[in-house]
Write a protein that binds this ligand. Sequence first.
Ligand SMILES: *Cc1c(COP(=O)(O)O)cnc(C)c1O
Length: 381
Amino acid sequence: MRINVTKPFLPPIEEYSALVGGIFSSQWLTNNGPLVRQLETQLKHYLKLDRLGYVANGTMALQLAIRGLNLSGEIITTPFSFVATVSSIAWEHCRPVMADIDRDTLNIDPEQIRRAITRQTSAILATHVFGNPCDVYEIESIAREYGLKVIYDAAHAFGTVIDGESIFSWGDVTATSFHATKVFHTVEGGAVIARDPAVHEKLMTMRSFGQSGSEFIHIGTNAKNSEFHAAMGIANLLHIDEVLANRKALSDRYDEMLDGANVSGMLIRVPCVYNGAYYPVIFESETVLNRVLEALRQEDVFPRRYFFPSLSSLNYVGAQYTPIADDIATRVLALPLYHGLEIADVDRIARIVARECGPRRLHVPPTRHAYVERETLKAVG
Ligand SMILES: *Cc1c(COP(=O)(O)O)cnc(C)c1O
C-alpha cells in the first residue's frame, strides 16, 4: 500500500455526523455561528490562550496579521518554510528580506536577523519550522531593541509547548494553519492569536469585511470559516492528545532505528514539549537524497522534499544571500509520519534510509532528545 509523507486524521464518522446533524437542524451554516464560537472556546481552553480567532486558512491568518499590525516596508523572514510565509508578505505589498537559518535547528538565525535590519524594517516574520520553536527569547529582545513587530508562522506548531505555555502565545501575532495536512486540522482553516486585545478586535472585524455592528470600520476581507469546518475541528480536538502521543512514539522509533545511520536530524534547542509534526532527515548530499528517494519509491513510499527549493529562489523576492538554507534545502527530506502509520512501516522505511546512506559520519546526531516531557500547561493568569 502506498505510503505518503502524511495522511489526514479523520475522526469517527458518527462524531462528525452528529455535529453536522446539528447544523442541518439550526440551518446556521456560516458567519460566526455556534460551532465556530464553540471551537474557538475549546481551542482557547486546550491551548490555555486568552484570545484566538478562527479564520479561513493559514495564509489568510498571515495576511490578516500583516495588515492588522499595519506593516509596511521590509519584513525579515526565513528562506526555509512553506511558500505562504513569504508570498503573504509580498501579497501585502511589503518586501520579504531573508535572514539565513541556523544549520542545526533549521529556524531563522537571530544573528542574521540583526544583520538584515535596516531603517525600512517593520517586522520579523519567523516560522517555527517543523514545529521546532524559534529562539523566541532572542527574537523578542531584538524586536524590543529595534522597535519591530513579531509575527510567528506557527502552521506546524500546534501542540508545541514552551515554559508551560503554548508556543502560540509568543509574538505580537501568531498565525497558524488548520489545513488537512497539519497536526490539528479543520479540513481548511487557521487561526490568529494576538497579544494585544485591541489588535485581536481589529483582526476579528477585518476577518468579516471590516464590519463592526452596522458599520464598516476598517478595510476588511472575507476570512471567515464555516460551521462544517468548525465541526471537523471540534470532532478532531477530541482525539488530539492521542494523535500527539502517537506521533511522539513514531518519531522515537525513527530515532532508534536511524541511530548510527549517516543522517542528521533537526536539533531542538529551545526546551519544549515538541509536537512531532514532522520527521525531517538531512543527508550528506543531494545525490544521497535522490538515492534514498528512488529506493523508497520502489517500495511505494513517498516522502516529501520539505522545503525545496529554498524561498530565496522565488522570482518575486529578488537576490538574497542565504547559503545555509539553500544548501540544507537540497539535502532535507520529511519522512512519512502520521497517525495510523504502523511501527512496522517506520522500521521498513528507516532500514531503507539507513542502508542507502551508510554509517554515521555527519556532525550532528539525529537528536530529538532536547524536548522535555509533555507537562501540564500553566493556567492562564
Ligand atoms: C501550511 C502552511 C501555511 C499555509 O496554511 P494554509 O492553511 O494552507 O493556507 C503557511 N505556512 C506554513 C509554514 C505552512 O506549512
